[in-house]
Design a protein around this ligand. Sequence first.
Ligand SMILES: [Zn+2]
Length: 351
Amino acid sequence: MTAGSARQAIKAAWRSARMRVGGAAAVLIYHRISSMESDPELLALSPERFDEQVAALSRDFNVVPVGEVFRLLNRPGRIPKRTVAITFDDGYADALHSAVPILHAHGVPGTVFLSSGAIDSPDEYWWDQLEQLCFAPGKLPSTITIDTGARIFSHALETDATYAPEAATRHASWNVTQPAPSGRQRLYLELASFMRQLPPAERNPAMVSLLELTGVALSTRPSHRTLDAAEVALLSRDPFIELGGHTIDHAVLSACSTEEQRHQIHDDKLRLEQLCGCRLASFSYPHGGFDDFSTESVRLVREVGYEGACTTDSDICVAWGDRFRVPRYLPRDMGAEDLAARLARWLDEGR
Ligand SMILES: [Zn+2]
């Protein structure tokens, strides 16, 4: 046995001992509850499927707000059997209009993570703007170049500069897990990966120059709008809903300076607490992969008074785990019975 595999074996044994003695909880991650014709990032789940999933969860599981999972991870006792939390990232308006009525109907709580900069914003999130820009039929420049001052993006569309309406319709249901059927999907993938790594101070001007270069006029689609301040206030008064922070600009924290990270985490919390008139305990790292935040981010999240934070690492959380790196499971379009069986096996037997 190598030193690495010995370490792995010790880690696994320690995890299974913690699970046996202290139990485990599953935190689920959703973004949008909406039926969408085009959903390249696979962010949406239909209200019908979500309703089935929540019905199964309310029947067989102990559903709590994620803030309660953080508290359970931080105390000596056993986590109650089959504890599950339902979370929504990004603060799309459908969290209030589609998801909350379903949570109410089944009497279970949920947590909505908000980026304060998106509240009352006239613009869609940058990934939704990219979808409009790349997939609208018409003509784009044959080469797309953006210079942020610190980084340059360049992509040649060549013959795919012109996108016919029939092609746009044919590829409307394409998503990022599938091979790109045309140059427009390749452009989307490259632009998304470029924009994702930019700190907000570079990303916003990059989007402006992209729009100037392409001449594309974006609309704010009712189906893609984010919550406004009055809607956030409504959510904050809902006894089934916990609100949490998600930075001001949906920033990839690992791409930001310490000062910028503090601003994104601290000022976001302050703005949201003023808007809601309540104290926020829960945070989720934008994009949420281990490369998307740093130990500095974790320190700042803890320092501003959050009690825990969620990642997008796909796992359950085992008793006495790190409550500032809580993994979440993405159910996507899973059938309700499959989801319930998956979670029951995971939480009851650890597999
Ligand atoms: Zn997010």
